[in-house]
Structures are given as C-alpha cells and as structure tokens.
Design a protein around this ligand. Sequence first.
Ligand code: AMP
Length: 830
Amino acid sequence: MFVIRPSSLTVFFLLFSVNLLDSRTVMGDLGWIAYPKNGWEEIGEVDENYAPIHTYQVCKVMEQNQNNWLLTSWISNEGASRIFIELKFTLRDCNSLPGGLGTCKETFNMYYFESDDEDGRNIKENQYIKIDTIAADESFTELDLGDRVMKLNTEVRDVGPLTKKGFYLAFQDVGACIALVSVRVYYKKCPSVIRNLARFPDTITGADSSQLLEVSGVCVNHSVTDEAPKMHCSAEGEWLVPIGKCLCKAGYEEKNNTCQAPSPVSSVKKGKITKNSISLSWQEPDRPNGIILEYEIKYFEKDQEMSYTIIKSKETTITADGLKPGSAYVFQIRARTAAGYGGFSRRFEFETSPVLAASSDQSQIPIIVVSVTVGVILLAVVIGFLLSGSCCDHGCGWASSLRAVAYPSLTWRCGYSKAKQDPEEEKMHFHNGHIKLPGVRTYIDPHTYEDPNQAVHEFAKEIEASCITIERVIGAGEFGEVCSGRLKLQGKRELPVAIKTLKVGYTEKQRRDFLGEASIMGQFDHPNIIHLEGVVTKSKPVMIVTEYMENGSLDTFLKKNDGQFTVIQLVGMLRGIASGMKYLSDMGYVHRDLAARNILINSNLVCKVSDFGLSRVLEDDPEAAYTTRGGKIPIRWTAPEAIAFRKFTSASDVWSYGIVMWEVMSYGERPYWEMTNQDVIKAVEEGYRLPSPMDCPAALYQLMLDCWQKDRNSRPKFDEIVSMLDKLIRNPSSLKTLVNASSRVSNLLVEHSPVGSGAYRSVGEWLEAIKMGRYTEIFMENGYSSMDAVAQVTLEDLRRLGVTLVGHQKKIMNSLQEMKVQLVNGMVPL
Ligand code: AMP
C-alpha cells in the first residue's frame, strides 16, 4: 500500500507497509482459538459485498472475574524486527448497560509470544508478554448497528525488537463488551528506489523506533560510483539523507534514472583507399534506441593508440585523409542518441596504399615536381595572407596561426585543433587520452584570462534564447531579476531552471562581473554545488541559466518552516553543505561569503552552495559592511583573521560554515541577533562565541565551536566535518544528548576561553574546561580516569584514543604541558 504523507512542504516520501495478516482478507477459517470456549466467539457477519468478516465478540459484563483469551494462529514476521498491529473494534460504554456497572470493563489487553514455529501455541497465558491495555479512542467513525450507535475504534501498537521467526497475538478480555472487527499486522519498509543513479533495495525498517539504517546503493547499469551512494531508512519507512551518487559511464547519458544508449555499430565496410586516405561506410546499429544524432569515428595508426583522431559525422560514410602511405589504421565507430553514446564498435583495420619507390617509377618524378612547386606556392600564399593581418576562426593572432602552419593538424600534436572538413564533420586530435586532461580539478580564476568572454565560453555552454521559456520572477539579484522557467535543449528532456538576467543599460564591467559567476560555477560539478546549465550571451538579455531549486534560499526556507524538521533532516542539510564546501576547498576555491542566504535548497531538501562571484560577491551582499581597511565583508559570518587582515582561506570558510550550522540549527535566526557589527567584532576578538541554539545536539554545538577556533589551523577541515556528520547520521543516538539547557545562555555570548588551567577535580572537569568534554568517555574507558593517569598521556596515546584533529591534540597537549609547568611551581595538584 502506498501512502503519500501529507505535508505542507514540497517534500514527500513514499511510505510502504507489508501486511503479515489482515483478518478482513482471510476467506476461510482464521484458525484462532478462544479459551474458555464460552468466552470470545466468532460471529458470522458479511461486508457490503457479502464477503464474510471475521468478527470476534465477548460481552460478559454481568459476570465476575472474567479472563477470556483469544489466541491468533502463528504469524511469520518475514524477517521484520518491528511489527505494527492495527485493531478495529467496538466497545460498549458501561453506562449504557443497565445493571452491569459493577463488573463492566471498558478495556481489553493485547499480548504477544515469540516462537520460531507453530509449536508455541500451547504455552501458558502467563508466558505471553503484554503489549498494551487497549481502550476506546476519541478518534472514531460512527457505525450504525441497527438501533444502537456503536463507535468503531482504530488503535495501532508496535512491538519490537523481535528475535524469532514469528509470533502469536492474544487478546484478553476481563469483562468488557467488545467486538473485534479486524486485526491487521504489518511491518514497514523503505521501498526500493533509484536515487542519484543508485538503486536502493527494499529495506525493512530497523527494530528501534528511532533507528536509521544506513543502506548502500548500487550503481545502475552503465554507471559508476562518484561518491559511494548511501541513504538512510527511517523506522517510518522513509528514505532520508541521500549521500553520494553514481555517474553514467563515459559514452552514456542519464535519462529517467538510467544510463541507456544505442547498441554498437556492427558492420563497417571499406570504400575507396588511396595512399593517404581511407573511405568507410557502415550501417546504423541494430538497436539504435532512439534517433541517431551523429556518429563518432575514432582512428589511429596501428600500435599508436595514444595519438588518435576523432571525426564526428551525421552521415554513415567518412573519409579519413592525411594518412601515411602503406600504413595500417584502426577504426572504431559509435553512435549517439539523445540518451548519449553507445559503445564503440569492434576494431576494424584497413591499410593505405603503398607509395611506389621513385627509382622504380621514373614517371612519378614530374608529378612530384609539380606537387612540390604547388606546395611551395601555396605556402607562400598562406604566409602572405597571414602577414596581411587576417585572423583564424578563433580570432587568434598570427603567431598562433604560424604555429598552425608549422604543425598541420595531422602531425598528432597534443591538444585541441578543430579543423572543420565538411559542415557535417568535426575532427579533433587527442594525445594521451583527452583534449582537456581530466582530473585536473583546480579552480581557474577567470581574472587570469585577458578576455573575460573567453573564460565564459571556456566554462559555460552558450544556450540559444529560443530554448528558454521564462515563467515567473522569483527573486531579485544584484544585476537584474531572477526568474524560474524551463530549458529545452535539442535531444534532451525539458528541465526546470532558474534564469538570472542582466538588466538593460549595463556597463561592460557589470556584464563582465555578471558573467564572472558563470565562469566560476561552470568549473564545478558536484551534487551540492548549484549546477550551471549555460549562458545566453549572443542575444539580449544576457542570462545565466542554472538548475532550479524549488525551495529557494535556505535562510528564508528555514524561517518559514520553523521547528518542522527532525534533527536528522537538519544534519542532512548540513552534511550536504559541508560536502559541497569540501569539493570547493579541494578545487582551491575560497567562497568568502558562505551563509544560509547563499545556500539553495530543492524539493528533496538537498542543499547546494551558490553565489559565486569575483570581487563583486561581497559588494552585492546586503550583509557585507565596509571595514576600516576598505572592502566589504559580511562581518557576522567572517573569521576574525579575514576581517582583520583579509586572510580569506578555506579555514575562514570553515568559520563561516560554523555560523551556517548555527543558522540551520536555529531555523534561520540572525547570528548575534541585533548586536552591531562593531560589537560582534569586539566580542569575537575577546573570545566570546555564539551560544548553542535551542535543542541543539551537543555534538553539533561542539563542532560549531571547533569551527570558531581563533587559531585557523586548529579548525577542522571540510573533509573532517563531512566524516563527523556522517558518523552522527549513522548513529542518531549520538544526537540525543542536547546542550544542557542551563548552560545555554540565550541572549549572551559564551566565553570561549583558550587552554584552561587551574586545579581540576576530575578528568571530565578538566576536559570540559578546555572544551574537549567530548573525549571524556573515551578517556575514562581507556583507563585515564584520574588526573595522575592523564599526566602520562602522550601524543601517540591521543591518536590511539581517536583524537585525530590536530587542533584538539594541540589543545589537550598544551593544557597538560601548562599544568605540568604549574605543578613544578607547586600550583596544581595533579
Ligand atoms: P542571487 O542573485 O543568486 O542571490 O539570487 C536571488 C534570489 O533568487 C535567491 O535568494 C533565491 O531566492 C532566488 N534564486 C536564485 N537562484 C535560484 C535557483 N537556482 N533556484 C531557485 N531560486 C533561485
């Protein structure tokens, strides 16, 4: 049964339950046993379709000491360790029974007994375990039973963890007037889904009602792991917090959660062969799986696979020219549809015609002389043409044009040369694999390009305006309106998109700055970074087109939905942001303006980092204020060293991330409330930090404090933050310890003293004082339970204990050192 959870948010999950027993659907004998025999009795009723309904009733309200049992037959739990029992019943109100008030009851009891097989049936009543006392509920529907109006109640109870293969249920009546109309027993599971190209299997929920099961996904056919895909199956049967993803293999494209592509070209025939060229023809693949948009022909000289040429053609014939005479060449062909490329055909080998030796064929001499003469003349014409100042296709200067002459395209140079042969064909040369080396994942500052337009076109696809439909205005950016709309590119499915426009009357600098964001965004490819679809620069208005994020910016979204998410959902959002930031820091990109307002959130609650810019990022952030050194900085989100001497690094981004954590856990509260920027700078400099948001798990607040270490080298790195959050998600009970309400100072900042000193009564007190309280348990468990024992701790010991953060190691070792010095001075009784 599928149930769509009603929600005011655009988030919904499929909940899935599997029936183990439904008394309404059992046609024959249920096989239940009543004891004593004159207690519960089955009454033959039929529903509106005249199908029999198994209803059991008992009504011994006038008699003393009732103890009537109804035992079900054995129910297999099918591997589930938590099951749910839904009862529908009517219960007479004792007041409506004249004379029965003394003995009449208005409840009954439900029990269970676990057993691996049906042998458990004969066990004694006192071996059954009580599930609950069941009473009539307020939420009932009315059922008209002749002259009496009875109330049909529905009650659900759950039982777990179950450890055997099955169980019996039992209903005990102690003197009520009950009709048990139906019993449904079921378990919940997270139904098999495909998310981020990974398939997650049907997963039975965990035994504990708060348990999240981490489930690994398997990449769908023709895809490979990008980041190990995982999701979490909640006790309610909801999939939560997707992590990681698969990507279609090269040559495959994502479509409807699959990577499908045309079958390989199987028959390739040679046509005309000369000493410098080979013509080929082939047939469309047997299973094109769509309309063939083009073919890609890869060829290389035999045994020279590292240097190959690729020709693209819309036809099923091609001539490869400029080949060496008398040499063998290997050809492979693949087709592309809207779903992407299919696999390459097998290798086909053909040889060019040999050159006849000059000595053996004097008749060739005049031809060679003529060819050489013509060649020299042509070369002279080309050089003359270049000297006259003409440009090549790409507007390059003549130095590069001369280079092109010196190394004609078929000399197998490394790099990209786009020599158009025929309008239907495109040829590219590769060396050692690719035009652009993959895996070079370093951010390139668009400022390093003399011509900013070149940077845009290097990193962003040009989109024709006619492919975009603008639907409505959703926001205002610095340079113009932000709209939502749809993008339909040829051969691709239509996508919802956000469209940023550059308002009319812009200056050249504004245009450059506006498109700068696209030049940066276009370099990133990560599920937690807003994805650039492309730009429109050849027509007006100039536009930047990105994926559409249904829930808009995170700060507004959280304010609108105050208190509506589970801690796990909030941690899932934080995990996503941290993962995006890890990617950016790995690329060497420093964001400088990380804040909840610059995070976008989609309908699956996936958060993505956005707002990339050059110097202008801080210029157009309304939160950014001018500092004494000039330049605008969003003070509340920025690390002290970045405010004081503009030291922006990934470590200062980590500080901002700590502030984002605080914003998320407080549902969009303004950091430092209404304090002035000057007061914020002063307080932070003096060592004060934001207090924990309300109901915040202690582990998360500790992570925030770690991000706000004054010494930037002591702050965790983004990869450490991601793994820390992963650990918390895997073990949600670690999020149950909240920051102590009394230690939460709601309107004041918390003093964040550096290394503590003084006499400590316990290891816990000492670790708390130096804000390392999180390690107390580990210290105690490993025998460091007294300050004497602690005094012996070495750096190696800390690592062994799992204190892996360098900042924490330093803090603990420094504090010990300090205490030892004081001990020498006779001050601290270690
Ligand atoms: P920005 O100029 O990037 O700050 O965008 C201004 C506003 O437009 C944001 O605060 C969002 O509310 C909205 N917006 C920007 N990009 C998107 C997007 N990709 N999807 C949905 N809303 C967006």
